[in-house]
Write a protein that binds this ligand. Structure first.
Ligand code: CA
Length: 416
């Protein structure tokens, strides 16, 4: 089931990408199309993960290339200049070809050029790609050797900084191989939270249930990117939960402490309100879910996010507020907004039913596994719990255009 869905997603990618394609996007879209090539699911062999078998910059190991494939996001590789170009080359092992590479960038660079050998000792271009994502898939089109470098001739000598990568042969990628979709013009649900790991700690089975099981278009907005390795932990967690739309990752710094006014001062009241208002207008969610007003255990960032997410509800539909995003995206009136642990119009979600998408596992079990993706946040006393003081199954309907929930347990009640 999951494999079929992923295949469908892959088939849709060219269409989505072409909707507002730039020349560099067109290269990406065309490349993705060759990956699946309209074959039926039974025609496509499973891709083989050859990460540990490829030569990286001509090396099987050593020369620091092993930190590119040690599975750790804290070990970061930096490219060196060779022949005037700072690049990464990937060479297939004997008898195999390169299907694609997933690169976890330390910094998502500007446009990247993919090249292949021209047979005369030089390189010819396979296309220019705008990475956009911190975890970016590149189709390597069955070549045996490729070179990756900055596309801009003026920055060809600039370093590439990569946390980790994975390489596969042509075919259907493994389930955990992240090929992210750009957000559609309108989403079903938006989860707005503060830090990587909040998405499962305080919202429990929300993402596995709505994004995975029900295939809703769910966009996660994480306001605080934190360290680069935590961005990748977040992406791993979201992918495990069945989210396939690449998240919006904000640039608001983390602020340690419980006081909301300290966070507000650092973030800027107007800046966070403008940011959230823009997300509402841009992605037009039917349902928004956000933090507890009391910040769960009192975290100032969580409190500020809840405040801004609710304060911005009328702003999204008010042309006098933040005119630049109004001019770009128009207005949006959000039908329903849920706040974690909000005591009015409270509903209790059931995260404990077996889900087909996850082969009978429950949304809560998947969320608990996804929390393990946050390797840097383990053993700190946090658990994914649908009970107790910070029960991740309790939400209050803070705002509704479609009346109160009557049955409960369904955030899309009265919308469908
Ligand atoms: Ca690494």
């Amino acid at each position: 089931m999951k494999r079929l869905l992923l295949l469908l997603c892959l088939c849709l990618l060219p269409v989505l990408a072409l909707a507002d394609a730039t020349p560099s996007d067109l290269a990406t879209a065309t490349d993705v199309a060759t990956a699946t090539d309209a074959a039926s699911p039974t025609d496509l062999p499973m891709a083989e993960d050859i990460t540990q078998q490829v030569l990286l910059n001509g090396s099987a190991s050593g020369d620091h290339v092993d930190i590119l494939r040690d599975g750790k996001y804290k070990t970061i590789w930096e490219s060196k200049v060779k022949g005037g170009v700072s690049s990464l080359t990937i060479t297939a092992p004997e008898g195999k070809t390169l299907g694609g590479v997933l690169i976890n960038w330390r910094n998502a660079p500007e446009a990247i050029e993919l090249e292949k050998p021209d047979g005369k000792g030089g390189w010819i271009s396979m296309g220019v790609h705008d990475p956009r994502h911190f975890a970016q898939y590149y189709d390597l089109q069955g070549e045996t050797e490729v070179r990756i470098s900055h596309a801009n001739p003026r920055t060809k000598h600039h370093s590439l900084l990569i946390n980790d990568l994975r390489v596969i042969t042509p075919g259907t990628p493994p389930d955990d191989f992240q090929i992210w979709q750009d957000p559609p013009e309108k989403v079903d649900m938006m989860l707005i939270h503060g830090h990587p790991d909040d998405e499962v700690l305080w919202f429990g089975g929300l993402l596995p249930y709505y994004a995975g099981e029900l295939h809703k278009d769910v966009l996660v907005v994480c306001t605080t990117p934190h360290m680069n390795y935590r961005r990748h932990e977040l992406l791993n967690s979201l992918w495990m939960c069945g989210v396939r739309i690449y998240p919006e990752i904000g640039t608001f710094p983390d602020v340690i402490g419980l006081r909301m006014n300290v966070v507000m001062e650092k973030w800027g009241k107007e800046k966070i309100l403008a940011y959230i208002t823009e997300q509402y207008r841009k992605y037009k969610p039917d349902v928004v879910v956000t933090h507890d007003f009391n910040g769960e255990y009192g975290h100032g960032v969580h409190k500020t996010v809840a405040w801004a997410a609710t304060k911005s509800i009328p702003y999204a539909n008010d042309p006098s507020k933040y005119s630049s995003s109004y001019k770009e995206y128009g207005l949006w009136e959000i039908p329903k907004v849920y706040v974690h642990l909000y005591e009015e119009n409270m509903i209790e979600m059931d995260w404990t039913s077996p889900l087909d998408f996850f082969d009978g596992r429950t949304a809560l079990e998947i969320a608990a596994d996804a929390f393990q993706c946050h390797a840097s946040q383990q053993n700190r006393g946090w658990f994914v719990r649908d009970h107790g003081e910070y029960d991740n199954a309790l939400f209050g309907l803070y705002h509704t255009l479609v009346g109160p929930d009557v049955k409960g347990g369904d955030m899309f009640e009265n919308l469908e």
